[in-house]
Write a protein that binds this ligand. Structure first.
Ligand code: FAD
Length: 299
């Protein structure tokens, strides 16, 4: 296990981008088997600096997160970033999960508020729990030695009615509570990332700010996903996607090209790493890394 804060410090010193992948716990047993037996070994062969695993709202999903985290860390000997949310949990329960993670040897945590469970539109603070991720960051700080990452939104968080600068100010505060690096939501116009980064830097943020990159796998799926998470699809991109709605293979190839071009510019403009939303599949991420000259051609 390495501290992710040390990975970024070493990467920045060596001018070498830190590469990370994000996985999610599949809903079905078959999906989980496929992830653990196929996608994860494929992704591990690309030698990411770390792998993150998302955390769902229900109890079952949380157990799965811990199982996958254990596999990433023990079987593949990769540094793991465990996501942790405030959804439906008291501080005692969160303390219990932190103990479990510590027992598994996982000390890097992405501290999140989490999305409202089910179809609820507003997040309701659980009794005895936390309202905002900054409170979770603060709490984790009191629970021993953990390295803590936080989420950031280059286009502003979807629920922040006061606008994106107000949301970024909340992020500045969250970093001040102990966030040691920022991983962003997906975005498709790099100018959004640069404006976001410049604002944070101007406000005194010095921690690494890592762009989240999604290689599009399906034209329909990405339109649905961006609507849910509040990321926008620039008009020229949307026009291209409309043409690819019935051709999955063409959409995958387009996604690889788009993510490669986006990543190339981000690295050129000083991003200290790339966090790939790999969607439990290796092919697109592998191809993007190959296009960037960051990993070997062969799987
Ligand atoms: P917060 O920082 O608490 O922000 C939530 C909202 O409250 C924002 O609108 C913000 O502006 C506002 N706010 C924050 N602090 C304050 C304050 N002090 N006063 C007033 N308003 C405030 N969700 C999951 O359920 N599981 C996951 O594993 C997961 N992984 C993710 C990984 C990444 C990289 C990203 C970008 C998102 C992830 N999400 C995940 C989604 C995330 O949990 C949601 O977008 C959630 O709604 C916001 O989380 P946050 O940690 O940014 O919350």
């Amino acid at each position: 296990m390495q501290w992710i804060r040390d990975q970024y410090a070493a990467g920045i010193a060596a001018k070498r981008p830190v590469i990370s992948f994000e996985l999610f716990p599949p809903k079905t047993e078959e999906g989980e088997r496929n992830l653990l037996d196929k996608a994860l070994p494929d992704l591990a062969s690309l030698k990411p600096d770390y792998v993150s695993v998302t955390y769902g709202a229900g109890g079952g999903t949380q157990d799965k997160t811990l199982r996958i985290v254990e596999q990433v860390q023990k079987r593949h000997q990769l540094t793991t970033l465990a996501h942790l949310t405030c959804v439906n949990a008291t501080r005692q329960q969160i303390g219990g999960v932190l103990n479990q993670l510590r027992d598994l040897g996982v000390r890097n945590i992405l501290a999140l508020r989490g999305d409202p469970p089910g179809n609820a539109s507003d997040f309701v603070k659980p009794e005895g729990g936390f309202e905002f991720a900054c409170e979770l960051v603060h709490f984790i700080r009191t629970q021993g030695d953990f390295c803590i990452g936080v989420a950031g939104f280059p286009e502003g968080h979807i629920a922040c009615k006061a606008g994106r600068q107000a949301d970024w100010d909340h992020l500045v505060y969250k970093v001040g509570c102990g966030g040691e690096f920022i991983v962003t939501q997906i975005f498709f116009d790099n100018r959004d990332f640069f404006t976001f980064r410049d604002y944070l830097v101007k406000r005194g943020v010095t921690v690494p700010i890592i762009p989240g990159i999604i290689p599009i796998l399906s034209a329909l799926q990405i339109q649905k996903f961006t609507t849910l998470c509040g990321a926008s699809l620039p008009a020229p991109l949307l026009t291209e996607l409309k043409k690819l709605e019935q051709d999955e293979e063409a959409a995958i190839r387009f996604g690889i090209e788009y993510a490669s071009r986006q990543s190339e510019e981000l690295l050129r403009e000083g991003a200290p790493g790339l966090h790939f939303y790999a969607l439990n599949k290796a092919r697109s991420t592998r191809e993007v890394l190959r296009n960037l000259g960051l990993r070997p051609t062969t799987p």
